[in-house]
Design a protein around this ligand. Sequence first.
Ligand code: ZN
Length: 165
Amino acid sequence: MALLDIVIDPNPMLRGKAKKITHFDDTLQTLIDNMIDTMRDAPGVGLAAPQVNVPLRLFVAEFGDEDDDEAPKEVYAIINPKIVYTSREMDTGVEGCLSIPGILGEVMRPIDATVEGLDRHGEPQRIEAQGWLARIFQHETDHLNGILFTDHALSVWEHELPEIE
Ligand code: ZN
């Protein structure tokens, strides 16, 4: 277990298209564990591999229930994620990013998103997400395509505390 350095914008690593993962070896397991530790330490609710200087299609996320702070949180590690469905209904929400410290912005995204990918052992997984979890999945998948939330934010502003992602 180790904390990884987070890549800060501007950095070309955040702008590249990450590569598909094909090997589910010990190196990958260690990377996932370290990304989860780094996300929790930051703290954040999501972290994509390019944010720790690894150009691979992988993100981790940790989220509970947006209506219940006491609800247990679930940890996700999604490899080669694909957003296979988004609702036509959109919503705006305030996002931040561990790679863009001190900045928040309002981003409009589909309310529902279904992601398909592989789990850490290479088994297929499909998650139908709503609300904040759907937002996290979309934000993190964007990272794998070199897209930052500030690229499509309706507005951005400076903020003292790093928040959300
Ligand atoms: Zn981010």
